[in-house]
Design a protein around this ligand. Structure first.
Ligand code: GRF
Length: 214
């Protein structure tokens, strides 16, 4: 086994963020390796992206299962693949303590809004409806709340006069594809920690915990 940090990535949908992580992990000397991709949705294109990249792709259905049972199956599969860190890339299930205690402060999630504003589903849509002029994306560590865990990094984008929900969503998504790989690398390099409920990052020279998108 290589000495790269082994990540599991959980997806429910198209997996463009997964693709950004795959592409990053395949660059020369990258500190992370994606050991397995898991989806609760058999049809998720994210599973196909994993297969195309030669990464084990596993479907674990959640229907008709108690949350803790489903979560234990996730944990067992991740552990079987030697996973140390987990990235949620559009994973549409709430994780229980069964999962979170197995990967305490080692689960990152990407959310399409500037938390703590607009948690839950459709953060972009909520921001558009609220009429905010700046919004963005957040990468945070996952705790037992909904999008409440310690914030690691955020990126901001403007809301333009001509925007529709769709164009705003696209601008945020492009930003996500920079923000998530950035934190993915920091986590793999052992730079991310939590003290008193706040995340800190031992930042590489010249890097910041925020990005501006255009
Ligand atoms: C992204 O908007 C992400 O912020 C949210 O789910 C969406 C996933 O998109 N958590 P994709 O599957 O990565 O394209």
């Amino acid at each position: 086994m290589s000495d790269r940090t082994r990540f599991g990535v959980l997806v429910s949908g198209s997996g463009t963020n997964l693709q950004a992580l795959i592409d990053a992990s395949m660059t020369d000397g990258h500190p992370a390796e994606i050991a397995v991709v898991i989806s609760n949705n058999e049809e998720a294109f994210g599973l196909e992206r994993a297969r195309q990249a030669g990464i084990p792709a596993v479907h674990i259905g959640h229907k008709g299962k108690e949350r803790a049972v489903f979560d234990q199956e996730l944990v067992d599969t991740l552990v079987a693949h030697g996973v140390e860190w987990v990235a949620l890339a559009g994973f549409m299930r709430i994780l229980t303590p069964t999962f979170l205690s197995a990967f305490h402060n080692r689960v990152i999630n990407i959310h399409p809004a500037l938390l703590p504003s607009f948690p839950g589903t459709h953060g972009q849509k909520q921001a558009f409806a609220a009429g905010v002029r700046i919004t963005g994306a957040t990468v945070h560590l996952v705790d037992s709340g909904t999008d409440t865990g310690p914030i690691v990094a955020q990126g901001a984008v403007p809301v333009l006069e001509a925007d529709t929900e769709e164009t705003l969503q696209q601008r945020i998504l492009s930003l996500e594809h920079c923000l998530f790989p950035m934190v993915f690398r920091w986590a793999a390099e052992g730079r991310v920690s939590v003290t008193d409920g706040r995340a800190s990052v031992d930042l590489p020279e010249g890097e910041q915990r925020f990005l501006w998108g255009a």
